[in-house]
Design a protein around this ligand. Sequence first.
Ligand code: NAD
Length: 301
Amino acid sequence: MNTHTLIDGKAAAARVLVQVRKDVDRLREQAIQPALAVILVGGDPASQVYVRNKILRAEEVGIRSVEHRLTTDTSTEQLLNLIASLNADRSIHGILLQLPLPAHIDELRALQAIDPDKDVDGFHSENVGGLSQGRAVLAPCTPSGCLYLLEQTCGDLRGKHAVVIGRSNIVGKPMAALLLQADCSVTVLHSRSPNPQALCRQADIVIAAVGRPRLIDASWLKPGAVVIDVGINRIDDDGRSRLVGDVDFDSALTQVAAITPVPGGVGPMTIAFLMKNTVTAALNQHQAQRSQSEAVCHSIY
Ligand code: NAD
């Protein structure tokens, strides 16, 4: 019988949040209250749930959250004005713009307007570029969470062959960059890749970020592979609505050494790393302000 490990994202996220809570307490001792501004434009039901969960988690770890709910007819200029005021507000350390935005809003302009130091989602081109250069930047939360799970499961990732299925800016591309930084050999597959199964079957590590329910079954996997399933797909199962991943979980179990479930795998890690990024942003901003004031002192004396 094949033995496999279920990678418990809830437990891993709880461990990350314990450390975040300690970091928040240390910052508070220095009179710094980490704060996250969350902007939600329009009434998309899934986005409302995501925003509520993020705010709840922030409160649990002692991060102050400030919610800005804007109506669907908000213009790009109005959104940019709000972002500018949050950039200028020294009491706010992280700005999260919940996606997707209504179609009439210029998403790229809005994301680029966020101060890169407060860009806790890691979507600003300054942070995207920094990540691909291997610099320490605020990296996107979902792939950061996946990397953490892999490090906990596999230990040393050096020299492993990782296949990332999907090339989105939010998951696939930053995931590939993080795995390269961890010294993996990385293959990225996408909708135009011919015969993706054959390439995937060579992988020690598979990260599925496609958005197709149960696309990846045992025939895509090498025996002993470690699988991280990022997909969240709502399907109708005999009249019951439920969430499944991009991996056919039951079929994959016959091949894998370890796998994340859906739900309970990557999902909790995304929020945990949002909290971690907010605390990192608060710490970085505090240190930058301190060096600035030290520089002023030196110039006075
Ligand atoms: P996306 O639609 O932006 O990108 C999907 C990618 O899959 C594309 O790059 C496309 O080329 C590739 N693709 C499509 N069909 C393919 C095929 N047959 N073979 C190989 N590649 C194929 O999606 P996304 O934003 O990257 O999200 C992917 C999935 O991850 C979705 O289910 C989404 O809901 C989920 N997601 C989960 C979290 C989380 O916190 N767990 C966070 C973000 C996204």
